[in-house]
Design a binder for this molecule. Structure first.
Ligand SMILES: *Cc1c(COP(=O)(O)O)cnc(C)c1O
Length: 377
């Protein structure tokens, strides 16, 4: 049996106190800027409604989501929230945004034109932000459009809430790309002198005060993920995941495990089959096969390797070296005190962001340390 386990039968536990502490710690680092919070992809898999209420209680007032639907969910949970929609404005949707109090992050002259037309039609400046592309080559107004945009703003009298850009290599302040983007962004600030500016994600926030400007936009660090590679991660872990054992068994040296018979046991072994597979976000790249070390789970604080291919709903782990008796119905840690999201990410060849946003499958989600007055979904 797992020590301290409250997840009978397995599940995901989100520590809301850790989310609060993380956001406050980031807010303290960026003391001279407003600290927003990025809640796209269901708050990085942790639950947009409960987490937005938690962050609002902690003091956050500005939120960033990817899609208008996410914005509506957030507004339903926290009507007072100021919500920016990073995907920008799709044609014909200006009224929907404005009527629901959502602020598009306008990313092209077409989007800006459509927004200004809407504002003219209703005779009111509906709030929005402008996103400039300083080199990322994702969404955003081009730098050579800045002058025309400044002119259009002057003529219409419309003032955006914010100008923003996004760093491609935020965790490396000395990277040529970062210096280039920073320089271009400073130029934009001169072109839009009285408009608040925002550049930093989690890594930018942690990397340098120079990137803070008037608003910072942390995402991953709020959820306990590592923002800067190669540095110790100062954030509190937020997510814990435990998965039940379906069966344990003995297998002989020389036998193989799983699809493709791609893992052969070198010794007589004890295996546990856990009720989680790639359909639940346990990446197939965590398979332990010959020539490729896979992921691990933890049992009583000790690591047990995944052996054979991860299948859709089940995965085998080698528990030969685990002294604790393990039986069907007991749980193993997939994420938690022993295994962090970045450990899983490393083993899977990806980043913590992808791990967080994939673990959204069949397992019940529970919240721990719910702040007083925060309603939980
Ligand atoms: C996702 C995102 C963020 C947050 O990034 P993290 O690395 O998770 O802190 C900030 N700004 C924009 C534009 C984003 O898309």
């Amino acid at each position: 049996m797992i020590r301290n386990s409250t997840l009978l039968g397995g599940g995901i536990e989100i520590d809301l106190d850790a989310i609060t502490r993380n956001w406050r710690a980031l807010d303290a680092v960026a003391a001279n800027a407003l600290t927003g919070a990025v809640l796209k992809a269901d708050a990085y898999g942790t639950g947009i409604k409960t987490v937005s209420r938690t962050l609002f209680k902690a003091g956050a007032r500005f939120f960033f989501v990817a899609t208008p639907d996410e914005g509506l969910s957030l507004k339903a949970a926290v009507p007072q929230a100021h919500v920016f929609v990073l995907d920008g404005l799709l044609p014909g949707t200006a009224r929907d945004y404005a009527e629901h109090g959502l602020m598009p992050v306008l990313a092209s002259t077409e989007q800006l034109g459509e927004w200004l037309d809407y504002c003219l039609a209703v005779g009111e400046a509906a709030p929005a932000a402008l996103h400039f592309d300083t080199g990322f080559n994702r969404v955003g107004l081009r730098m050579d459009e800045a002058e025309g945009v400044a002119e259009a703003l002057k003529q219409s009298g419309f003032e955006p809430q914010m100008i923003m850009s996004h760093l491609a290599c935020a965790d490396q302040p000395q990277h040529e790309m970062t210096r280039k983007q920073y320089g271009l962004f400073q130029g934009l600030r001169n072109q839009f002198p009285n408009i608040p500016a925002s550049l930093a994600n989690s890594a930018g926030l942690m990397a340098s005060k120079d990137f803070h400007f008037q608003m910072v936009r942390p995402g991953i660090a709020v959820y306990g993920g590592r923002a800067i590679n190669g540095r110790p991660n100062p954030m509190a872990p937020v997510i814990r995941m435990e998965v039940p054992v379906l069966q344990t068994k003995s297998a002989r040296a020389g036998e193989t495990v799983g699809y493709g018979a791609s893992y052969r046991l070198r010794r007589d072994s004890r295996l546990a089959i856990i009720a989680m597979g790639y359909a639940d976000g346990l990446f197939r790249s965590l398979s332990g096969v010959h020539g490729h070390k896979g992921g691990t789970v933890a049992i009583g604080g000790q690591l047990a390797p995944i052996v054979g291919r991860v299948s859709m709903d089940m995965t085998a782990v080698d528990i030969t070296d685990i002294p604790a008796p393990l039986r069907a119905g007991d749980t193993v840690e997939v994420l938690g005190e022993t295994i962090g999201i970045d450990d899983v990410a490393e083993a899977a060849g990806t980043i913590g962001y992808e791990i967080l946003t994939q673990f959204n499958g069949r397992f019940p989600r529970r919240y721990a340390n719910v702040p007083e007055g925060v309603e939980v979904d």
